[in-house]
Design a protein. Structure first.
Length: 97
């Protein structure tokens, strides 16, 4: 029982550490990735034993939507970061003149 309490404490601590460092949206995206990985592993590990763990067309579509959303978020965030860096360089170049 003590091990479970320690594990929960560490999990909560890392969750709030990430929340303060990367933000709520990024943390939500990471939770989506975590859910997709758990779901996929459950299919691989338990589908042969329990049919409720198998990927159905509806579950597959949901998994595809999550992965597509995460991919879109990653590319949009990267593009926004690059645009901000370019704007900062231009602003710095103007102030140096």
């Amino acid at each position: 029982m003590t091990g479970l309490a320690v594990g929960n404490f560490i999990h909560a601590g890392t969750f709030f550490h990430l929340l303060t460092n990367i933000g709520a949206v990024s943390l939500g995206v990471l939770k989506g990735v975590q859910a997709a990985i758990v779901f996929s592993l459950a299919h691989v590990m338990y589908c042969s034993r329990d049919s409720s763990q198998c990927i159905t067309p509806t579950k597959g579509l949901a998994l595809l939507l999550v992965v597509s959303g995460v991919t879109g978020y990653v590319f949009a965030t990267r593009a926004a970061s690059r645009a901000a860096a370019v704007a900062a360089k231009k602003r710095d170049a103007k102030t140096d003149c």
